[in-house]
Design a protein around this ligand. Structure first.
Ligand SMILES: [Zn+2]
Ligand SMILES: [Zn+2]
Ligand SMILES: [Zn+2]
Ligand SMILES: [Zn+2]
Ligand SMILES: [Zn+2]
Ligand SMILES: [Zn+2]
Length: 499
């Protein structure tokens, strides 16, 4: 009897090399590669068709008395499949032993399970939890990618057959291109700032949906940063792609508040398109070109007329409620400023400024105050309150946060010894506690510190802009030449010159 069990087990590895045999038992791991797609539904409404599921494990134990008197014990385990699929299959296998007349049935069991896999277990859809759904979709896309890399494909652009390792299949539409073609076209487009061309390069792609798209006023879908990295496209191009797209949105959005420092021109942190902190790998959205329809946030003339009928306190309350916070902070240079008067932040109660378009509502006294702030103060490095200098001494204290700072360079000073900054050799403001110390006080710009840096930054920015423009011109010429050569090469291949 035991001989019969051993004989059956000994033969199994010839047909199933992956099988693991132990005494009177065996385990076989079987890949679940489906022949037609199986729809998986997530309990939060997600839907995806998969071709590959995590593998299934079939285990047998052959008890004393098998095969004549006892059936084998059988277990099927698969993390992907629910019990209402596995249990009936197990029951079906158990019945086979009797049906076949109590003989050795292990190979019959294995063929039965293979048949079940080939017919999608008799189901056409499967409902799973949100977490399981994500796991299955990821498994499927990895398995499909592996399979894709093993085969050869024809690039839709250069019409050459390439190994799968050097090809990329578009996530959305499935069109296939070689990595060389994609890299050269996409890097060229991004260098030229042409981000709306980062779509599938097949000219007719998505044409069957054109009507729908035209009705919605939408353009071709742009690739996600994550997919660009998968191609792979060099990281700095992908970063530039993300930056340009965001800049375009900010430009189109009339509610964007820009940093008033001319050398900075960053957007306020409160903008509707905040700088993303998500790594490029996780930027999965393949959005369309975005056309913002945002309306301006400044008051209309009727609203201004209405405002004029209110008291000062009511006006302020109304402005805050309707137009939001006046305090904005630049995300690039950190400058804290008032959205309406564009001066460094003055606090809610310090200057009752009104929107620029309400300028005629500002009293002469307040205008003088704003002008004074603009020309005679430097922003506190800690809280951005405008600090003015009472006497000649360049050590000042912020009236708002009580920090000690240097009026010349704007540096925060050690409160236990604020004068160290002026007494230490090598310090930028050594011997400059009083302007006369340097000896050339008459020639010195009153705003030698922060203001001088702004003026210098302005000049550097201008030089940088010119340099970038020159670079962009050269690059555009090179790209045009390259495209022309590519086109000629392709035309030459189709219509060879006559001998
Ligand atoms: Zn190609
Ligand atoms: Zn396509
Ligand atoms: Zn700024
Ligand atoms: Zn203001
Ligand atoms: Zn302060
Ligand atoms: Zn200083």
């Amino acid at each position: 009897m035991s001989d019969e069990r051993a004989q059956e087990l000994e033969l199994l590895p010839f047909s199933y090399p992956e099988i693991t045999i132990s005494e009177n038992s065996a385990t076989l791991k079987m890949p679940v590669d489906l022949e037609c797609p199986l729809q998986v539904n997530s309990d939060d409404g997600g839907q995806h068709s998969v071709l590959y599921l995590p593998s299934l494990t079939l285990s047998f134990a052959l008890p004393n008395g098998y095969p004549a008197d006892c059936p084998p014990c059988v277990r099927i385990a698969c993390s992907a499949l629910p019990n209402d699929v596995l249990d009936p299959l197990e029951a079906k296998l158990a019945a086979l032993w009797e049906e076949y007349g109590r003989v050795a049935v292990i190979t019959i069991y294995i063929s039965e399970v293979t048949e079940a896999i080939n017919t999608n277990f008799g189901i056409d859809r499967m409902n799973v939890s949100q977490g399981k759904f994500k796991e299955l979709v990821e498994f499927d896309s990895e398995a499909q990618l592996e399979n894709f890399k093993k085969c050869s494909h024809v690039c839709d652009l250069c019409i050459e057959t390439r190994p799968g390792q050097n090809c990329h299949r578009m996530t959305r539409c499935g069109h296939i291109f070689c990595v060389d073609c994609l890299q050269s076209f996409y890097s060229g487009f991004i260098k030229a700032g042409d981000v709306n061309n980062i779509t599938c390069l097949e000219p007719d792609c998505g044409s069957e949906n054109d009507d729908v798209r035209a009705r919605r006023g939408k353009k071709k879908r742009l690739l996600s940063p994550r997919e660009l990295l998968q191609i792979p496209l060099e990281r700095h191009y992908v970063q530039r792609y993300v930056d340009i797209k965001r800049k375009k949105r900010l430009d189109a959005d009339k509610t964007t508040v820009w940093c008033p420092r001319t050398w900075c021109q960053g957007a306020s942190k409160a903008s509707r398109y905040p700088k993303s902190t998500v790594p490029l790998e996780e930027m999965n959205e393949s959005d369309t070109e975005d056309e913002s329809t945002a309306s301006t946030e400044l008051p209309s003339s009727e609203q201004i007329d209405h405002l004029k009928t209110l008291t000062r306190a009511e006006q302020l309350e109304h402005i805050k409620q309707k137009y939001g916070e006046r305090l904005h902070v630049c995300e690039d240079c950190g400058f804290a400023f008032c959205k309406f008067c564009k001066h460094s932040w003055h606090g809610e109660g310090i200057v009752d400024c009104l929107p620029e378009r309400l300028n005629d509502e500002i009293s002469a006294e307040e205008k003088a105050s704003l002008a004074y702030i603009a020309t005679h103060t430097t922003p506190c490095p800690r809280c951005a309150a405008p600090i003015s200098k009472i006497d000649a001494c360049n050590h000042v204290t912020c009236y708002n946060c009580l920090k000690h700072l240097c009026y010349l360079c704007g540096m925060e000073l050690d409160s236990t010894d604020p004068y160290k900054h002026f007494n230490t050799k090598g310090s930028s403001c050594y011997q400059k506690l009083f302007p006369t110390w340097g000896g050339d006080a008459e020639n010195q710009d009153e705003f030698a510190g922060v203001r001088a840096a702004e003026i210098q930054a302005l000049r550097l920015e201008e030089e940088e802009r010119e340099r970038r423009q020159r670079e962009a011109d050269v690059e555009a010429q090179r790209l045009a030449q390259q495209r022309r050569e590519e086109w000629e090469a392709r035309m030459g291949a189709v219509f060879p010159p006559e001998q």
